[in-house]
Design a protein around this ligand. Sequence first.
Ligand code: ADP
Length: 255
Amino acid sequence: KYKQIALPKQSKDELYQMGETFNEMIAQLKRNYEKQEQFVSNASHELKTPLTVIESYASLLKRRGLQQPELFQESVEAIHSEAIRMKELTQQLLLLARQEDQWNVEMKFVHLATLGEESIRSFKAAFNRRIEMKVEQDVVVKVDEQKLKQIFYILMENAHKYSEAPIIVIVRREADKGLIEVKDEGVGIPNEELSKVFDRFYRVDKARTRKTGGFGLGLSLAKEMAKAIQADLTLESVEGGGTTARISLKIDKTH
Ligand code: ADP
């Protein structure tokens, strides 16, 4: 599709240097463009699946809904749940489409232990899942509370989806960093996949995750948000042995 534009490389003079820079810029643009193309294609594909289900049930209702009332409940439920899936996906896509400066970050002082407890409480209520919290050391960090909660929520959702045993959340300090760790003893992630799970739409086991309902966008969104609030997000995992997701934030020294 593209023609590689190559400037002459006869000598190591200025023109040659410029040519090198130019070629590197073009290669970078090409990589970005291809990534963008892949992203749009994945997003369209993911939206098409629920739309197809909605379309078939709606047409079934149109044709036979009046004669077969028992069809009604099943169709409405399917349409409703697929519409929810589409809404979730579009919400995530809109967030991912944001540029770095569009995140509206509001930094304020937050106790990690308090933030953890609040998030866990609402998570437990929504998912009815056992979560154990251990506060080794509470720390105060300066952070956007809402976004940190969103990241934390994504990590807890993953621990919930990919493990059976209780989830453990640890708040602690390491050197000048405050850490929140979400530990599970679930299926884990193979070593060679560990860096890829942050890619948009990447799922380790496509069949398994379709069943659990993910799009493969949670971790990439969490990573972008972490960048916006100056936090680090890393994963450690053993295939078959569980995963630890770690959010690390610089401790505020004035507190
Ligand atoms: P998804 O919506 O599919 O969960 P994510 O971006 O949150 O998307 O995660 C990408 C993939 O990483 C998941 O599909 C799953 O294969 C893997 N993964 C993420 N968290 C965990 C975990 N705690 N344990 C095992 N695998 C995980």
